[in-house]
Design a protein around this ligand. Structure first.
Ligand SMILES: Nc1ncnc2c1ncn2[C@@H]1O[C@H](COP(=O)(O)OP(=O)(O)OP(=O)(O)O)[C@@H](O)[C@H]1O
Length: 392
């Protein structure tokens, strides 16, 4: 069941205007800064919001077409998994999961059998008789996954499904989602009788999914393709690995954990917007004088005292001030104050020992060095110019 979306919706002064397609069995991640329109998009797909213009079709069935068609939420064949499990507190776990099939007219006995099968599927069979209040966050989210799937959805919408979980619980639920979503992808999904919904059930192999997340790890682990929203427009799209490895907007670079300096492509590098030359390795599709971005990993940035001697080319040397130092696993992430070419500042990874040795704290002046070979230069998308509409 492929999903085709081409909608525009206004909310006050904000306009979301997007077009994309998710192929049958595919998973699309939607990334974007706060207020970029991710929730608005999901609400349009779920049928909670009527767009001002456009269409949503799923497996050839028109769910929204303005003006004219707006299939109601419960009849769109779309399952929703939100940040919070939103289980009904007065029902047991198995009753919560059986609720969807029951409301679609499935008999009580059959709905319960389906619910038990889905609970087994998400490794939550042991909690069937508990009430939601007796579950941990991770257990409740497993039950919510079972409930989202029990209705036999043709598409699944996931809205930051791991963000409310603590760090201990999220890997297991991410693994579960990967199993559920990737099974769709591998086309060997369950369509067995005990897991079928209402006779409208589709195989796991057909079900597509849209995942809103702020975590690049989720996008990498769960999705095939990604669209990046900015101010209601799609500013980047493509296979997740390609987009995160070669980000073209400051937002994507920041979430991918990479440094990004914007400017114009030049021979052997990039001319930053502040006029500084960044030595790097241009990709084959760079055209000198055209908008481009230089991208480099925080691990490629060497941090020296401000008065350290120049070691000469082919290195990039920048004098900057530390704006923040944050522990990040085994390393300390240093970020400098933003400059004209690197709006988000420059990020560098250091060991705690070298932070102590250099006596670094916010405000400290530093000299940063990056080897030209560690800097990739790519053609840039002129943010926030929208991509053209999706292919028909
Ligand atoms: N009910 C509403 N009425 C008017 N404007 C709204 C309404 N809901 C959202 N907006 C505006 O629409 C824009 C997009 O909001 P949306 O919640 O879709 O963004 P988001 O990308 O999901 O953000 P976040 O990551 O913070 O959840 C924002 O500018 C927001 O202020």
């Amino acid at each position: 069941m492929s999903l085709h979306v081409d909608v525009a919706v206004r909310r006050g002064r904000f306009t979301l205007d997007v077009a994309f397609e998710v192929p049958a069995g595919g998973v699309l991640a939607v990334l974007g800064p706060n207020g970029s329109g991710k929730s608005t998009l999901l609400q349009c797909l779920a049928g909670l919001l009527v767009p001002g213009r456009g269409t949503v079709t799923l497996g050839g069935r028109t769910l929204t077409s303005v003006p004219g068609v707006q299939v109601p939420v419960h009849d769109r064949g779309i399952g929703l998994l939100a940040q919070d499990p939103l289980l009904l507190p007065h029902l047991t776990v198995v009753e919560n999961v059986a609720f969807g099939p029951r409301s679609q007219g499935v008999s009580r006995v059959r709905a319960r059998a389906q619910a038990r099968a889905w609970l087994k599927e998400v490794d939550a069979a042991g909690f069937a008789r508990r009430r939601p209040a007796q579950l941990s966050g991770g257990q409740a989210q497993r039950v919510a996954v079972a409930r989202a799937l029990a209705g036999g959805p043709r598409a699944l919408l996931l809205d930051e499904p791991l963000s409310a979980l603590d760090v201990d619980a999220s890997p297991a639920v991410r693994g579960l989602l990967r199993r559920v979503l990737r099974r769709s992808h591998s086309r060997d999904g369950h369509s067995g009788d005990e897991l079928s919904g209402t006779g409208r059930e589709v195989t796991g192999g057909d079900r597509c999914a849209v995942l809103v997340t702020h975590d690049p790890l989720d996008a990498l682990a769960l999705a095939d393709d990604v669209v990046v929203l900015d101010a209601g427009r799609i500013v980047e799209r493509g296979p997740v690995k390609e987009v995160l490895a070669a980000p073209r907007t400051p937002f994507t670079a920041r979430i991918a954990g990479l440094n990004l300096v914007s400017g114009l492509a030049a021979d052997g590098g990039l001319r930053a917007t502040d006029g500084r030359f960044v030595a790097g390795v241009p990709s084959g599709d760079c055209v000198a004088g055209e908008p481009a971005v230089a991208v480099f990993a925080p691990g490629a940035v060497a941090v020296h005292p401000a008065d350290a001697p120049h070691t000469g080319s082919p290195r990039n040397v920048v004098d900057a001030r530390v704006s923040s130092l944050e522990p990040h696993g085994a390393v300390i992430s240093l970020r400098t104050a933003g400059e004209a070419g690197a709006e988000a500042g420059i990020a560098a990874d250091l060991t705690p020992a070298s932070v102590a040795e250099l006596g670094l704290e916010p405000g400290s002046p530093v000299r940063l060095e990056v080897k030209a070979a560690a800097v990739a230069v790519h053609p840039a998308v002129e943010s926030p110019s929208p991509f053209p509409a999706a292919e028909p």
